[in-house]
Ligand binder design. Structure first.
Ligand code: SF4
Length: 350
């Protein structure tokens, strides 16, 4: 039995565990080590080899493809990324093509994924790779971190998956898995140290993907599927340490937008370059909701912790909201906000 700095206990111990060969993981602020059987990685990797989802970025270890997937997957679920990833790769199949593209065309291809700062950083990083590294990605996590938009997690993910550098990764899934394995809520540096202690240095990329896959498909936030877990016998909690952070409360708001059509053109306004959210993107003009206005249709749209009920009103009169009439044929190549895209699709214009 091991005692954590905060007084919690870990039931994994050298004497009680059926596996005898142990590695020590220096993770705790007290300097204490948690013993983990060396066979942990073997169990996890065998499960991953048999159960990994066939995702398009797992088809090969090309650093460009790995990098693109890691950036797209930040704050976005796998199912939402799949189609975007394929389309983006078709349009920009190499880092050279991406670097040579105009920003508006990169943003248009990113449309629907949200968090557009990621697309701008992706574009900026592609230009650095082409200009300063002759189109070849730096092969270590330390050098990858010099690229725009690449932090500790992304650098370690690319370096381990594409270049087999023995570095661990910790995202939200891995943080939850190591917390439950250890029996102590771990975040920040202790979580990274714990994950590094578990890492299989012969297959670091697969190991990291296996840890993330375990968190995404088995060690789920609310109801971990411990009966299916390949490392249950190494787990201190087996599901008892549930989500530690309560989900933030959603706010509800109403918004109203005007849909103005003239022959084959739609009236859109461009968001100011100084806006913190989606600067430079195009959207429908926002109107003040009026009682009795003829609503053409309504839809729901969520942005982070706000759920909007969006009413769309047809505008027949002259309109002057500082926007422009955009021909329908140009819409698909224009950086539109996610909501504008949703409204235009619903109106069968896109
Ligand atoms: Fe997560 Fe349960 Fe596996 Fe522990 S046994 S790692 S809680 S799925």
């Amino acid at each position: 039995m091991f005692t954590f700095a905060d007084g919690r206990h870990n039931s994994l111990s050298a004497t009680s565990h059926p596996e005898s060969a142990l590695i020590a993981i220096p993770t705790l602020s007290s300097g204490e080590s948690v013993p983990v059987p060396k066979t942990f990685a073997a169990h996890l990797l065998a499960w991953y080899d048999a159960n990994a989802r066939p995702l398009p970025w797992r088809e090969n270890r090309d650093p460009y493809r790995v990098w693109l997937s890691e950036i797209m997957l930040q704050q976005t679920r796998v199912v939402a990324v799949l189609e975007h990833y394929r389309r983006f790769l078709k349009k920009f199949p190499t880092v050279q093509k991406l670097a040579a593209a105009r920003e508006s065309s990169v943003l248009a291809a990113w449309s629907g994924l949200g968090y557009y700062r990621r697309a701008r950083m992706l574009h900026a990083a592609a230009r650095v790779v082409v200009k300063e590294h002759e189109g070849v990605f730096p092969a270590t996590s330390a050098r990858l971190r010099d690229l725009p938009g690449i932090g500790r997690y992304t650098a370690s993910a690319i370096a381990s998956i594409a270049f087999q550098e023995p570095v661990a990764v910790v995202d939200g899934n891995v943080e939850r898995v190591v917390s439950r394995l250890s029996g102590c809520p771990l975040s920040g540096d202790p979580a990274w140290k714990y994950a590094e202690g578990l890492l299989d240095s012969t297959r670091p990329g697969d190991f990291n993907q296996a840890m993330m896959e375990l968190g995404a498909t088995v060690c789920l936030p609310r109801q971990p599927r411990c009966l299916l877990c390949p490392v249950a016998k190494f787990c201190a909690t087996r599901g008892e340490l549930l989500a530690t952070r309560p989900a933030p409360k959603q706010r509800k708001r109403i918004a109203c937008f005007g849909l103005a059509r003239r022959r084959d053109a739609i009236y859109l306004v461009q968001r100011k370059k100084t806006e913190s959210l989606m600067p430079g993107f195009w959207e429908l003009p926002q109107l003040t909701p009026k009682k009795g206005a003829a609503i053409a249709f309504s839809l729901r749209h969520s942005i982070t912790i706000t759920d909007y009920t969006v009413h769309v009103v047809k505008v027949e009169d002259e309109i002057d909201a500082g926007g422009k009439w955009i021909p329908s044929t140009r819409l698909s190549s224009l950086p539109l906000t996610g909501l504008a895209r949703k409204i235009l699709r619903r109106a069968e214009i896109l």
